[in-house]
Each structure stands twice: as structure tokens, then as C-alpha cells.
Design a binder for this molecule. Structure first.
Ligand code: B12
Length: 479
């Protein structure tokens, strides 16, 4: 059996909350989800081709040529709700090229809208609802043996006129048994993100799920599962030895949930000398960080920590169910900076109860912290989040995300924020102002320059800086 996996170029995101300059310079990262899928398929009796359209510079014409040549029976895509319509248009494109090909969707979107995706996406044949490693082995086995797909957990599929779904797959509780992402299928040397130091950069996942209840996140209070320290460090080693990777970006929602595991990862990285050969960074809640962890992380080569600070107002934080106190956030970020780890803060404008005054407090708080980088985004209510269910749906007449699935036009519609009286324009303007106020300070320019370690980084920072300046000047003139 032949299966093609396509990491398509995402350029139509619904309700995009991001800063334009950051989006423009965002970089291009490997698709870790789809690389896991490739690794799982490699263990089965399947021939695979993997196309990263941006990373491998494959445009649609070239993709068509390659797909026709490979002639897969199945094409797999990883889908977020925010770009569902783009995935659907790719599915249509693939079916015109290869009329008999079956389209398989997976990813976070399938976990939320399994039945709806097949109902409103007639070009989608199968959906994987859950982790690939929990569904694909049995799916492929049944396809190979021509067995019925009936009752297969984690698979949504078409049976003539009917859509069948036996419920989601059980969670993978043994992450150490999962193969490492198939990085040998992609050009690792081209990947980077907007503030990464090196270009031979990769995305990494050491745990899944998150125990915290933040209302804006779909992973809130989902079962947290982790890989052992040995398994994590073995993947670091492979990245360095086999793929020449020099920077590892750990995207776990909650890397620091288990202190002993983090300390052991640090110890092993040092024991193998990897702390001197590679740099890495993590995302952490303020709540789970402490002085001992910070010292250990620094020693082991962790050079940046991304903190979700979100707001400079305690009441807003409570409303977001964010487990952070401002005083602690300030202390931990200062300590992170003092031990020599670069700091990055995420902030939100437009939370429930936000006013001009609380937004101002957020901007001032961010400026007071020793942060090397900060980003201010407007808050978006994603499906299945508490924010959507409790602060959005009760206040509007329609179910935005349910309607969005049936209306491609909705991609360009803005869903609104009924939980605050502030106008969208005003929040957008405040985010823009916050970015300018934060970055155009001598101390901040100095901090950005001080964090530079590679020529590639100098070029990227200068381009982004110039764009921010031009944008700033144009917006000023327009006012
Ligand atoms: C890392 C991450 C990113 C990284 C992605 C890095 C990368 N290239 O891999 C970056 C920073 C690029 C990113 C960007 C965005 N993200 Co994001 N991101 C996450 C995060 C934190 C972790 C995802 C992850 O790595 N999981 C680990 C992998 C191993 O698990 P997995 O994704 O579930 O994959 C498994 C299964 O789903 C399945 N599977 C997945 N794909 C496929 C495909 C096939 C064919 C099959 C069979 C199976 C399968 O098998 C996989 C392996 O077991 C999640 C939150 C979370 N904690 O889950 C948000 C999240 C997925 N992101 C989200 C969003 C909204 C975005 C943005 C749209 C935000 C924005 N507006 O800018 C952008 C989209 C940009 C883009 N170009 O696509 C939302 C998605 C909401 C939704 N319903 O769509 C989430 C859930 C966060 C949230 N708000 O709650 N993100």
C-alpha cells in the first residue's frame, strides 16, 4: 500500500489573532504531528512519501507531478479547525488529480468534529480521531486484509451513504513505545522560527496533555502523559547525530509538570555532553517553575523559556483560570533572567472583563519584567474550550464553529468577543501599541541584540525590526 502525507502551506487561518509582523517572519517549522504519523506508518507494511510543501519548495504543480508518479491509495493531512477549509480544498485538488485516492484527515480538528468533517467534507473518506499510533496499525491491518472497518476505535469512515464512528481511540499511555518523528524524511536544515538561533532547528514533544484549567485552551485538564527522561534524551542525541540539529524547541503544554523528570533530562543531557552541542527551549507555567529547576535547565543548555503570563491584572487571570499570581510571575521571570536564560512572555488582550485600564496594566506589567521578547495577541475562542462554551455561546444566537464548517466564507468572518465591551478594532490597536511600546525601548533593543548568536538571526531580527518600524510609521501617519 502507498500513502502520501502532505504538510501543506497554511495561509488561510480563521480568526487569526496574530501580529502581522510576527506572522510574516514566523519561519517554517517541521510538522511534528505528521512526522509522528510517518514514523508510525514506517513500522507497518506501507510505502510512504512525505511532502512538506514549504520546506521542500514544492508548489501545487510540482506536487501534482509527484503525486501522479507515486500514485498513492491514501493521502493523509493533519488538520486544525482554523484551517479546515484549506485542508478541504486540498482534498478536492487531490481527488481531481487521482480520482480513486482516499483522503485521510487527522489532527486536533478530527478530535472535535469527527462526524461533521465527513458530513460537510464529501471529499474526506477517513478521519483518525486520536493519536495515530493508536489507530493506524489496526486500520492498515484491516485494509490489507480487506476486513470490515466496523467498530474500529478512533476511525470515522464512510460506509456507502452512512458515516460510521465507533468513538475516539484510547489515549496512548506508553509514549516511550511510540517511534520518534520521521525526521529523516524532511530537510531539517531549512527549519527555523522567528526567534530561533539556528536554522537547523526542530520541534519536539516530550509530554502530551495538560493538567491546568486555562479557559482558552483545548488541552485544558486533559490527561498529562510523559516520556521518560532516557527516551527524551535518546531523541535529542539522534537529532544531533543523524540530522545535524542544533536547536530543539519543546512545544509541550506543560514540560515542567514532573520536577524529577526534568532534573533527570538535564542530568542525562550533561552526562552525554549534549548541553554543549545543542541549545533548546521550553514552555512552562510559572506555577511549576522554581529556582532549582531554573539552575538545572540553564546548566543543561536550555537557553529560552516561554511563559504564558497573559495579563497584568489578577482578576483577569482568575477569570482565565490561569494558575499564576503576578508577584510570583515577576519573581520567576526575574530569576530566569538572572540565571542567564532568555525569557519570552505571551500576553493576551481581550479577556473576559477586559477594559482599557486592565489592558494598560498588562502592557505596563510586561514592560516592567526582564523579558527579552513578548507577544501580545487578541484572545480567540476556539471550539471545545471553556471560553467558547461559557463566555461565547450563551451570548450569541449562533454556533460560530459549527456554522464555519458549512461555510467557507466564514474563514474571513470575525467571530467577535461578546465577553468584553471593548471593540475589536480597539483591541487590535492596543496589541499593536503594546508591541511598539515594548520593543521600541533602548533596553529592549539592547536585550534583542544581546541574545543574538548567529548571522542568520541578525538578518532575521533586522528584517523584522525594519518591518515593525515601517508598520509603526505607516499606522502613525494614517491616524
Ligand atoms: C505545537 C503547537 C503548535 C506549533 C506547531 C508546530 C508543529 N509544526 O508541529 C505552532 C506554533 C506552529 C502552532 C501554530 C498554531 N496553532 Co497550535 N498548537 C500546538 C500545541 C501546543 C501542541 C501540538 C502538538 O505538538 N501536539 C503533539 C502531537 C504529537 O500530538 P497531536 O497534534 O495530537 O498529533 C497526534 C494526533 O492528532 C494524530 N494526528 C495528527 N495529525 C494527523 C494526520 C493524520 C493523517 C493522522 C492519521 C493522524 C494525525 O496523530 C498525532 C501523533 O499521535 C497545541 C496545543 C496542545 N497542547 O495540543 C496547539 C493547537 C493545536 N494550536 C492551535 C492553533 C489554533 C494554532 C494556530 C492556528 C494559532 C494561530 N492562529 O496562529 C497556529 C496555526 C499555524 C499553522 N501554520 O498551522 C489550537 C488548535 C485549535 C483547533 N481546534 O484547531 C491548539 C489546540 C491550541 C489551542 N488553542 O487550544 N501550534
Amino acid at each position: 500500500m502507498r500513502i502520501a502525507l502532505v504538510h501543506y502551506n497554511v495561509n488561510r487561518i480563521a480568526n487569526e489573532p496574530g501580529n502581522k509582523t510576527v506572522m510574516k517572519h514566523f519561519g517554517h517549522m517541521p510538522n511534528i504531528q505528521l512526522l509522528y504519523v510517518a514514523a508510525v506508518l514506517e513500522r507497518l507494511d506501507v510505502e510512504i512519501e512525505y511532502y512538506d510543501m514549504v520546506g521542500m519548495r514544492i508548489d501545487e504543480a510540482e506536487l501534482a507531478v509527484r503525486l501522479k508518479k507515486f500514485d498513492p491509495q491514501i493521502i493523509g493531512l493533519s488538520v486544525y479547525t482554523s484551517h479546515f477549509h484549506q485542508a478541504i480544498s486540498y482534498a478536492g485538488f487531490f481527488k481531481t488529480l487521482l480520482p480513486n485516492v482516499k483522503i485521510l484527515f487527522g489532527g486536533v480538528h478530527m478530535a472535535i468534529f469527527p462526524l461533521e468533517t465527513l458530513r460537510y467534507g464529501p471529499t474526506v473518506d477517513f478521519g483518525c480521531v486520536g493519536e495515530a499510533e493508536m489507530v493506524l496499525p489496526e486500520f492498515i491491518r484491516r485494509l490489507h486484509s480487506n476486513a470490515s472497518l466496523e467498530g474500529l476505535p478512533g476511525l470515522v469512515w464512510r460506509d456507502g451513504e452512512h458515516i460510521r464512528f465507533a468513538g475516539p481511540a484510547p489515549k496512548n499511555l506508553n509514549l516511550d513505545a511510540t517511534p520518534f518523528p520521521a525526521r529523516h524524511r524532511v530537510p531539517n536544515e531549512v527549519y527555523f522560527n522567528f526567534i530561533s538561533t539556528y536554522r537547523n532547528y526542530t520541534v519536539f514533544n516530550s509530554s502530551r496533555g495538560c493538567p491546568y484549567p486555562c479557559i482558552f485552551c483545548e488541552s485544558a485538564q486533559t490527561q498529562w502523559r510523559s516520556r521518560s527522561a532516557e527516551n527524551v534524551v535518546a531523541e535529542f542525541e539522534l537529532c544531533y547525530e543523524n540530522f545535524g540539529i542544533r536547536e530543539v524547541d519543546i512545544f509541550d503544554s506543560s514540560f515542567t509538570v514532573e520536577k524529577q523528570r526534568v532534573l533527570e533530562i538535564c542530568r542525562l543531557l550533561i552526562a552525554k555532553g549534549l548541553h554543549k552541542k545543542m541549545v533548546w527551549n521550553v514552555r512552562s507555567t510559572i506555577k511549576m517553575m522554581n529556582d532549582e529547576l531554573l539552575e538545572a535547565l540553564r546548566e543543561a543548555g536550555c537557553y529560552r523559556i516561554f511563559y504564558g503570563v497573559e495579563s497584568g491584572n489578577e482578576e483577569i487571570l482568575k477569570g482565565l483560570r490561569k494558575p499564576v499570581k503576578l508577584e510570583r510571575a515577576e519573581r520567576i521571570i526575574k530569576k530566569t533572567h538572572d540565571v542567564g536564560i532568555s525569557t519570552f512572555g505571551y500576553f493576551l488582550i481581550g479577556a473576559p472583563g477586559e477594559t482599557l485600564e486592565t489592558a494598560r496594566q498588562t502592557i505596563d506589567f510586561a514592560k516592567r519584567l526582564p523579558l527579552d521578547f513578548a507577544i501580545f495577541n487578541t484572545l480567540i475562542a476556539f471550539p471545545e474550550t471553556a471560553l467558547y462554551k461559557q463566555h461565547y455561546l450563551p451570548h450569541v444566537q449562533t454556533d460560530f464553529w459549527a456554522d464555519y464548517l458549512t461555510q467557507p466564507k466564514a474563514v474571513t468572518d470575525f467571530m467577535g468577543r461578546p465577553w468584553t465591551e471593548m471593540a475589536d478594532d480597539e483591541m487590535g490597536r492596543l496589541c499593536h501599541k503594546a508591541m511598539n511600546e515594548f520593543y521600541f525601548r533602548p533596553i529592549q533593543i539592547w536585550r534583542a541584540l544581546r541574545s543574538v548568536r548567529s548571522l542568520d538571526q541578525v538578518k532575521r531580527y533586522s528584517h523584522a525590526g525594519v518591518d515593525m518600524l515601517v508598520d509603526y510609521a505607516l499606522k502613525r501617519n494614517a491616524r
